[in-house]
Design a protein around this ligand. Sequence first.
Ligand SMILES: CC(C)(COP(=O)(O)OP(=O)(O)OC[C@H]1O[C@@H](n2cnc3c(N)ncnc32)[C@H](O)[C@@H]1OP(=O)(O)O)[C@@H](O)C(=O)NCCC(=O)NCCS
Length: 142
Amino acid sequence: MIRYTDSTEGIGPGNLAGFFVGWPNPPSQETHLRILEASGEIVLAIDDETGNVVGFVTAVTDGILSAYIPLLEVLPSHQGRGIGHELVRRLLDVLGSLYMVDLACDPEMGSFYGGFGMRPAHAMVIRRYDRQSGAGGEEHEG
Ligand SMILES: CC(C)(COP(=O)(O)OP(=O)(O)OC[C@H]1O[C@@H](n2cnc3c(N)ncnc32)[C@H](O)[C@@H]1OP(=O)(O)O)[C@@H](O)C(=O)NCCC(=O)NCCS
């Protein structure tokens, strides 16, 4: 069974294996946990049998007007079962009172997000690949 939660309670770095597929310089599992703890809103999908996280989505938000959704990922082993859809649905529900909710994605993902009422818009971004594993908190990296 998959259960969904907005809390990292009971989740350790060891429960966060297998994410950031294809990232050349991914955050460590410790850094991943820090990201989840520092995000304004999160939804986690947890495999009840293992206690491991199998999907997650994050939002950074001022809680007043705007939110940005930087990360959404479901483990390859669990994709195609509706988990990604449920993560986004729950997150957008939490953010439902805000004026603007933005994310940047590849055009192919347009129909996935369009199903939630999102529409295409132009985005400008910076990507510092030397910081892809995370900035700050190096003392936690071990
Ligand atoms: C995108 C992702 C989170 C979807 O998770 P999931 O649990 O497989 O999603 P669901 O089972 O709820 O829904 C699958 C839908 O996602 C669509 N999808 C998944 N990957 C896609 C891709 N690369 N391009 C286009 N559509 C994609 C599927 O076509 C399917 O659409 P449908 O519901 O209209 O048939 C997952 O594929 C993933 O983690 N991908 C790698 C990371 C990523 O691309 N994140 C999004 C960044 S914007």
